[in-house]
Design a protein. Structure first.
Length: 351
């Protein structure tokens, strides 16, 4: 898509295009409200900014009939935006769903947002100001936390940041997430990254480009509960750290060195105790403790190596990031399939 097209001898600017990618998983109750909110916003913004919007909904293998409900709701109402509906063959996770949406985008910029109305559409205006008026390639939103977080959450967040920092620069704000706008330059760079295990938060900063952060207040969910339980967040944290940093492997070396020094010092102390003080070394409890400690450390670090090995295996298998079940465009009430080869291994590089 070009931003200018020839009109006789004169070149006139065409409207900018923006695609909003919305991944959803069992959000049937939230989708009609989301469409209403976006419709209201887009009607005003399309005119104000001279932008043609397209909404790309990605059903991440939901089981609550959300896609059918969305389709019926969209078809029954006049809209100021184009709609594309993708469905993955099962639940692949939010990052895979975002990647699926990104694979079909051709617009001048892309916006990622959640389907549960915790990302207010009005924030898109701040994104457009940053992109169009101020020339930023990436404008991302961070949560302005009205209630202070408990200390352990703050500490866990900063530890995670420190550990994932080794291969990417520090983010513009510690609390930024997926809610963001990326210009064509930036989203194409993100799309072309080769890894299959895509934890987007770890990739945004690596890609770079001029970035601005804007604050927003997330309202509570209207319906349903967060899809990310504390246990899932810990798993995502481990994945984020091992995907972007080798710090845990280095930790193994340091732990080995420290244990070696401790063992040497204890050995020396035993000799001194026997020769100078004249007391023989204590019996088996010390030996059992020492061996257990070393055994535990070895098992922990074997696990750490296993994490990395698992990652290498997954990349080596070269499986697609997701499998698409359907890909349709909704024009008025008409639903047209965009692909005939659906069902096979269709994924991001197949555009
Ligand atoms: N989501 C998804 N696939 C998943 C989990 C979540 O597409 O496996 C979507 C979800 O429907 C929502 C967005 O990702 O649109 C954010 O999820 P959620 O609101 O549960 O996360 P939180 O706001 O608690 O971070
Ligand atoms: Mg949410």
């Amino acid at each position: 898509m070009r931003s200018f097209e020839a009109a006789g001898a004169q070149r006139v600017p065409t409207r900018r295009t923006v695609s909003i990618i919305i991944p959803f998983f069992n959000e049937a109750a939230n989708l009609p409200n989301l469409v209403d909110a976006l419709d209201g916003y887009i009607a005003a913004a399309a005119y104000r900014w001279s932008i043609a919007f397209e909404l790309i909904f990605v059903d991440d293998g939901g089981t609550d009939g959300g896609l059918q409900r969305l389709r019926a709701y969209l078809a029954a109402r006049p809209r100021d935006f184009g709609a594309r509906l993708l469905r993955l063959s099962r639940n692949f996770g939010k990052d895979a769903a975002l990647t699926a949406g990104l694979a079909v985008v051709e617009s001048d910029a892309v916006v990622f947002m959640d389907a549960d109305l915790q990302h207010p559409p009005s924030v898109i205006d701040a994104f457009l100001t940053g992109w169009i008026a101020e020339g930023y390639d990436v404008v991302c939103a961070y949560q302005d936390r009205a209630r202070p977080e408990p200390w352990w959450k703050r500490r866990a967040r900063s530890l995670y940041r420190e550990l994932t920092r080794s291969s990417a620069p520090a983010p513009v704000h510690p609390d930024i997430g997926d809610f963001r706008l990326m210009s064509r330059k930036a989203y194409e760079a993100l799309r072309d990254l080769g890894e299959r295990q895509r934890l987007m938060r770890g990739l945004y900063d690596w890609v770079g480009f001029s970035t601005k952060a804007v604050a927003y207040t997330a309202p509570d969910r209207l319906f349903g509960a967060s899809k990310f339980s504390p246990l899932k967040l810990v798993a995502l944290g481990v994945e984020g750290i091992t995907a972007s940093s080798v710090a845990p492997l280095r930790l193994a070396v340091w732990a080995g060195v420290s244990l070696g020094v401790l063992a040497g010092a204890y050995g020396l102390w035993t000799v001194v105790e026997t020769v100078v003080v004249g007391v023989g070394p204590p019996g088996y409890p010390t030996i059992v403790c020492t061996i257990s400690m070393i055994g535990a450390a070895q098992l922990i670090f074997l696990g750490v190596i296993g994490e990395y090995l698992g990652k290498v295996l997954a990349e080596a298998k070269g499986r697609p990031i997701y499998v698409l079940e359907s890909d349709c465009v909704l024009a008025g009430a008409e639903l047209t399939s965009r692909r005939t080869e659906i069902g096979g291994l269709v994924y991001r590089l197949d555009r």
